[in-house]
Design a protein around this ligand. Structure first.
Ligand code: NAD
Length: 354
């Protein structure tokens, strides 16, 4: 197939890891006879420096025209001033909203060889294979808000949901569960929040269309605890925007590092934004030691969900599993006796395995 992929590396280690993702896409194109063209654009802090805006119109336009988008990460100490008119994260939110990507899929798998890299006891990690389906364009990050000004010391954000927003994300979760172990855990805070009671009512109604899928409701505080206590019991978790943001960082520790978790942000069409769940990691930026596997696993999701190339996606995932089995480790997942590699070397061994 022929496809146009827009790359937006962003800031910090985003630049390093997207370069490895592109390398893997080129290897896939060569191996399977596809033609992928790449267009590079700005987002985040580097875009603010160059244009004054975290999401320049040219970036959003290119993403709208693309067949798929591969993103790195945004942010860093240089742009951390809370009083600034524009901030890097606004670029991400505007991109998701601009492309109407309301569903964020974050798979959490544990490679057997990496169990020692997790702070959890290895036996707790047996059989962990879950996906968090996070609502991405509503809830607390998008509701009416008010900044505190110097003469007025109140500020607020609003967790606002309409029933159709809950319904469409719930359907994504149930459809996905049908392809997996047929269990959905809907996470909310219905004992306190009105928006969560709406969430629970709508998810329960949607469940009636999926009698073959089991549904359980769980409060978010309880879910945070059970993710550590019995993570293997989860299959598909569907939840509100901020709850999903927090729970997936927590879940990343099951796989040992933020550098291992991929994500896909999808809407109604086939275009999507694929990115690692980690940030720009200023503490290791520019050192060439970032783990590119989360981005490479995001490339696999891109091939599967935007291009319908399941065989190619499987091949990328197998290549990642193979290099881990062969003992290659970036510093974040390194344990004694393994082969320590830098970002580029990890990309190279994945391409060789492919
Ligand atoms: P972070 O995810 O950047 O880093 C957290 C920790 O994980 C750091 O110790 C980092 O070194 C490590 N880490 C992350 N990715 C790694 C990788 N691929 N390989 C090895 N180690 C890795 O989170 P943070 O430090 O809280 O945030 C840093 C900046 O990133 C902030 O400006 C924040 O706003 C931004 N951020 C952006 C995104 C995004 O672009 N989607 C997400 C989260 C945070």
């Amino acid at each position: 197939m022929q496809a146009n992929i827009v790359t937006i590396p962003g800031d910090g280690i985003g630049v390093d890891v997207v370069a490895e993702g592109v390398k893997v896409l080129q290897a896939v194109a060569a191996k399977f006879g596809h033609t992928f063209t790449f267009e590079n654009h700005l987002i985040g802090g580097c875009a603010i420096d160059a244009t004054g805006e975290p999401l320049p119109a040219s970036t959003l336009d290119a993403c709208k025209r693309a067949d798929a988008v591969l993103l790195g990460a945004v942010g860093g100490p240089k742009w951390d001033d809370p009083t600034a008119r524009v901030r890097p994260e606004q670029g991400l939110l505007a991109l998701r909203k601009g492309l109407a990507l309301y569903a964020n899929l974050r798979p959490v798998q544990v490679f057997a060889e990496l169990r020692d890299a997790s702070p959890l006891r290895p036996e707790r990690l047996e059989g962990v294979d879950l996906v968090v389906v996070r609502e991405l364009t509503g809830g607390l990050y998008f509701g009416p808000r008010k900044e505190a000004t110097s003469d007025n010391m109140t500020a607020y954000d609003t967790m606002l949901y309409a029933d159709y927003e809950v319904e469409r994300i719930a359907r994504k979760a149930f459809e996905l569960a049908r392809l997996r172990r047929k269990k959905v855990t809907s996470v909310d805070k219905a004992n306190v929040l009105s928006s969560s009671r709406l969430w629970r009512r709508v998810v329960t109604a949607v469940a009636a269309d999926y009698p073959d899928v089991a549904l359980e409701h769980m409060l978010v505080d309880s879910a945070a605890m059970h993710l550590m206590r019995r993570p293997a019991d989860f299959d598909v978790i569907v939840t509100e925007n901020m709850f999903g943001d927090i729970l997936t960082d927590e879940a990343s520790m099951l796989s040992g590092s933020m550098g291992m978790l991929a994500s896909a942000s999808l809407g109604e069409g086939t275009n999507g934004v694929y990115e690692p769940i980690h940030g720009s990691a200023p503490d290791i930026a520019g050192k060439g030691i970032a783990n590119p596997l989360a981005t490479i696993l995001s490339v696999a999701m891109l091939l599967r969900y935007s291009f319908g190339l399941g065989k190619e996606a499987d091949a990328v995932e197998k290549a990642v599993a193979d290099v881990i089995a062969a003992g290659y480790r970036t510093r974040d997942i390194y344990t004694e006796g393994m082969k320590l590699v830098n970002t580029q070397e990890m990309g190279d061994v994945v391409c060789q395995a492919l």
